[in-house]
Ligand binder design. Structure first.
Ligand SMILES: Nc1ncnc2c1ncn2[C@@H]1O[C@H](COP(=O)(O)OP(=O)(O)OP(=O)(O)O)[C@@H](O)[C@H]1O
Ligand SMILES: [Mg+2]
Length: 250
């Protein structure tokens, strides 16, 4: 699904990534960790071709070769990928429903299918009561959930999530991780950037790639440990069973 070999990226004279390699198969989960400025967002941007790949021995994502991809084919690559941006990138004046539905509309889906899938995802992310609110009136955590809803509603082959639990409280962080884990079980590959060491424990089978100053760290590298909402949520919350949007096992 994703295969990178010795990929590097520089902004002007400074390196954001140096010789990063990773391999992620179908349905695999990978946490991307490292301190602020380590290169996590840069790596995710390269994967959905928001930054041009200049250096690397190999770079394949969802069957597309990033070294040779033409501009015109970038939208085809992005159709396979659900992205949760660190800064959400939702349209503030449009409603929650419209923001999530948009991802399906550009794929030319029938209206009744769009209605059903958007409602299912909004229910899972506890946004059904906000469906017709303009996003500008939502809290930061609610906006983040809209961004997540939009990324998963298309049943992507690959989800790239940049700090997706950053603005969420304990219960929602747990619920969100359950949503991502269900996609993972159903065969979606996931790369999640996070500062939080405790998130890593929620997906024990996940691979972990630590970045530090744009380089991959070896085993002696320290993962940042921050008290976050998730440990509390695991203690406080009982079992919950979020649904997965239609599409079934692939
Ligand atoms: N547009 C840009 N122009 C110049 N330098 C940039 C740009 N974007 C990022 N950088 C630099 O590249 C490095 C990696 O940034 P990146 O955003 O990938 O870090 P990050 O690991 O996502 O950090 P955070 O955890 O704070 O989100 C940083 O040193 C940053 O200052
Ligand atoms: Mg970042």
């Amino acid at each position: 699904m994703v295969e990178l070999e010795r990929v590097s990226f520089n902004f002007g004279s400074s390196w954001a990534l140096q010789d990063v390699s990773l391999a992620l198969g179908k349905g695999e989960f990978l946490f991307l960790t490292g301190p602020s400025g380590a290169g996590k967002t840069t790596l995710l941007k390269l994967l959905y071709a928001a930054l041009p790949l200049r250096r690397g021995t190999r770079a394949n994502v969802c069957g597309f070769d990033l070294k040779r991809i033409r501009r015109g084919r970038v939208p085809l690559l992005r159709r396979e990928i659900g992205v949760v941006f660190q800064d959400f990138k939702i349209l503030p004046r449009r409603t929650v429903f419209a923001n999530v539905a948009m991802a399906l509309e550009v794929r030319g889906m029938a209206r009744h299918v769009i209605e059903r899938r958007v409602r299912a995802v909004l229910r899972v992310l506890r946004l059904e009561n906000k469906a017709y609110e303009p996003c500008v009136r939502l809290s930061g955590g609610e906006q983040q959930r809209v961004a997540i809803a939009r990324s998963v509603v298309v049943n992507p082959k690959l989800i790239l999530a940049d700090e997706p639990t950053g603005n969420l409280d304990a219960g929602l962080s747990r619920r969100l991780m359950d949503v991502f884990k269900q996609f993972h079980v159903y065969g979606t590959s996931i790369i999640m950037a996070t500062h939080s060491a405790e998130l890593l424990d929620t997906v024990p089978e996940a691979k972990v790639l630590h970045l530090q100053d744009g380089r991959m760290c070896t085993d002696d590298c320290q993962v940042e440990s921050q008290p976050g909402p998730l440990s509390r949520s695991l203690d406080e919350e009982g079992p919950d069973a979020p649904g997965v949007p239609s599409g079934g096992r692939r």
